[in-house]
Design a protein around this ligand. Structure first.
Ligand SMILES: Nc1ncnc2c1ncn2[C@@H]1O[C@H](COP(=O)(O)OP(=O)(O)OP(=O)(O)O)[C@@H](O)[C@H]1O
Length: 258
């Protein structure tokens, strides 16, 4: 189980995430919603280690990750979509995924340096990388250079790399942002499949309410950095703070007068 305890960060005088205590169970997809600037991405950054907390703790299966770097947290099982700046733009799509698979499987694949083990490892890693690319519908572009990929494909590649890490916790920050109508369903299907594997913990920051409504088992709401609501999707979506953030104050006024 993943949990945060009184997690807080201050930027100068501004408290962007303010004492957030919350637990996330395996087999559950939790959507994190809230108005612009509420602290959703900052909360993600604190969990994944991109930002160091001013106070509070992040625990995974009882282990305190608070002092660990982002890459150490990744090795501990926290999977956050790669920033594309971390990729190798001059390598192919397949090579990038293969390297991520290799980095994940480094331990079991170290069987000494016989030519056979090098070849069979390479073969197995490449096969796994191809399989992942099929899952995100990027297999037809496996030989393209990453630097040449259009935006939607780069986002798919981020998800491919996340899968290659085989994390226990999947963190998606607006995974379909910038994708066209043909591309988004591929990623949403993939999240549905991850969800069906009841052992994974999934966190999703998402502005599209239809996506949240369909995928989330639970919704938490951040407002000015504070956790203001936590519960089943239908009851949380009905709250005025969510209605205001996503549907505009007009919708709230209409409901109130109805
Ligand atoms: N590195 C930083 N330095 C200073 N202030 C920051 C920094 N990162 C975030 N903030 C501030 O923290 C607050 C929360 O930002 P954050 O991006 O987490 O919100 P969000 O809920 O993800 O917003 P959005 O929905 O618009 O993406 C904002 O007021 C933002 O300006």
């Amino acid at each position: 189980m993943l949990s945060t305890h009184e997690l807080t960060i201050r930027f100068g005088g501004h408290v962007a995430v303010n004492g957030v205590t919350c637990s996330f169970e395996p087999g559950t997809l939790t959507a994190i919603v809230g108005p612009n600037g509420a602290g959703k991405t900052t909360y993600f950054n604190l969990i994944s280690g991109q930002l160091r907390a001013s106070a509070g703790r992040v625990l995974l299966n009882g282990r305190d990750l608070s002092g660990l770097s982002a890459s150490q947290r990744t090795r501990a099982g926290l999977g956050r979509a790669f920033q594309l700046t971390n990729l190798f733009p001059r390598l192919s799509v397949l090579e990038n995924v293969r390297l991520a698979v290799q980095a994940t499987r480094e331990g079991p694949h170290r069987r000494g340096l016989s030519l056979w083990s090098i070849w069979s490892d390479h073969h197995a890693l490449t096969e796994r990388a191809r399989e992942i690319l099929r899952e995100v519908a990027l297999h037809e572009k496996q030989d393209e250079l990453v630097s040449n990929l259009p935006h939607g494909d780069q986002r798919k590649l981020e998800v491919a790399l996340l899968i290659a890490l085989e994390p226990q916790v999947f963190m998606f920050d607006e995974p379909t942002a910038g994708m066209n109508a043909a591309e988004a369903p591929v990623i949403l299907d993939l999240i549905r499949r991850l969800k069906a594997d009841r052992s994974k913990t999934i966190l999703l920051v998402e502005h599209k309410m239809d996506v949240v409504r369909e995928l989330a088992d639970r919704i938490i709401v951040l407002h000015n950095g504070t956790l203001v609501a936590d519960g089943a999707p239908a009851e949380v979506i009905a709250l005025p703070v969510v209605q205001e953030a996503y549907l505009g104050t007009a919708a709230v006024a209409q409901e109130e007068s109805a």
